[in-house]
Design a protein around this ligand. Structure first.
Ligand SMILES: NC(=O)c1ccc[n+]([C@@H]2O[C@H](COP(=O)([O-])OP(=O)(O)OC[C@H]3O[C@@H](n4cnc5c(N)ncnc54)[C@H](OP(=O)(O)O)[C@@H]3O)[C@@H](O)[C@H]2O)c1
Length: 319
């Protein structure tokens, strides 16, 4: 199969990381970038060596050389761009959170199927070797049964006050990072049933700047999560098994993890290749498209839809 050519939507700050990951692969490349402002797309195209820069998103969708559209604009504009890209029969990889409601997720996946093209939420955490290591440990029970999980993540004081990340309907801790935690858990536990309780704190713009979600998965596994844009906390995921615990700092992009054994003072540190963390999701997109799939068996529509539902419900009941 010839290399997959990506067209990028928006000149956003995540784009350099995505392009550096694309450049690491042998099967995919960046072909074009479109921005609402031609000057911005030209500037980024020059910096990242992208052959075509457009002053609109439409030009990316109508470029016959573009196979896959990577949507990386702000969260409340994803849905509109997904539908436009799909209407031009482009495959789509859309940044997290892919959409803000379950209904939009359902519509987008149904339309992708109808158009016969691939659609996936860009959830890099789902494809990391560290995530796979934990999943394998859960399934093989090599450290015994998994008995508890604790996760916390934060990014405080990162943006100016008028930044879209503080808009309550699309920013804050829940919309900003909720999908990392929720989708990592759903992928690890094979989209389990759950009950949950959430508590939130609102910031100056009414955005959820602190959220604690307690889950009971499959009526058998208690999971405690905490997300914040209010204050710096530890960024760590801890998985407690009967005989050992696995700890991953920066679990959504980590290249290493630590295993501590309960019956002695020993520990192991596992290190994985030092390559851009988005390479793994891009490899998966290539494999799926190569196989003619319209959806990912790992970052499945159900996982995106269930996450969107949960985030929507927490937002509506607390803001
Ligand atoms: N996977 C990851 O590791 C990761 C990390 C960070 C962010 N993200 C996701 O990536 C997406 C982009 O985030 P980002 O932080 O990179 O975005 P950003 O730098 O703020 O850029 C967002 C882009 O959206 C467009 N835009 C439209 N209305 C805007 C507004 N009111 N304010 C600012 N920009 C506006 C602009 O595109 P034009 O160039 O067309 O004008 C802008 O370049 C989000 O969905 C975010 O959740 C993912």
């Amino acid at each position: 199969m010839k290399k997959l050519r990506y067209g990028i939507i928006s000149a956003s700050s995540i784009v350099p990381r995505f392009v550096s990951a694309l450049n690491e692969t042998k099967h995919s490349l960046v072909h074009a970038i479109g921005s609402s402002t031609l000057k911005r797309s030209e500037k980024l195209a020059k910096k990242l060596d992208i052959p075509n820069a457009y002053g609109s998103y439409e030009e990316v969708y109508t470029d016959p050389e573009v196979d896959v559209v990577y949507i990386a604009n702000i969260n409340d504009q994803h849905f509109e761009q997904i539908m436009k890209a799909l209407s031009h029969k482009k495959h789509v990889l859309c940044e997290k959170p892919m959409v803000l409601t379950r209904e939009h997720a359902q519509q987008a996946f149904a339309f992708a199927k109808e158009q016969g093209v691939f659609l996936m939420e860009a959830q890099k955490a789902a494809f990391l070797p560290t995530t796979n290591f934990v999943k394998e440990a859960i399934e093989s029970k090599k450290y015994g049964e998994l008995k508890q999980i604790q996760i916390s993540a934060s990014y405080a004081n990162r943006f100016p006050d008028d930044h879209w990340m503080y808009q309550k309907h699309q920013g804050g801790a829940l919309f900003g990072s909720g999908s990392y935690i929720i989708e990592t858990l759903l992928v690890l536990l094979d989209n389990p049933s759950y009950e949950y309780q959430a508590m939130t704190h609102l910031g100056q713009s009414g955005e959820i700047d602190d959220v604690s979600i307690q889950f009971n998965f499959n009526k058998d596994l208690l999971v405690s999560t905490h997300l914040s844009t209010r204050v710096h906390t530890e960024n760590v995921a801890n998985f407690y098994f009967e005989q050992a615990s696995i700890s991953i700092n920066d679990f959504w992009k980590s290249r290493k993890l630590r295993v501590d054994y309960h019956d002695n003072e020993d520990h192991d540190v596992m290190k994985f290749p030092n390559i851009p963390e988005m390479v793994y999701e891009i490899n998966h997109v290539y494999d799926c498209i190569h196989e003619g799939l319209t959806e990912s068996p790992i970052m499945s529509p159900e996982i995106t839809m269930n996450t969107a539902s949960l985030v929507e419900e927490i937002y509506k009941t607390t803001v």
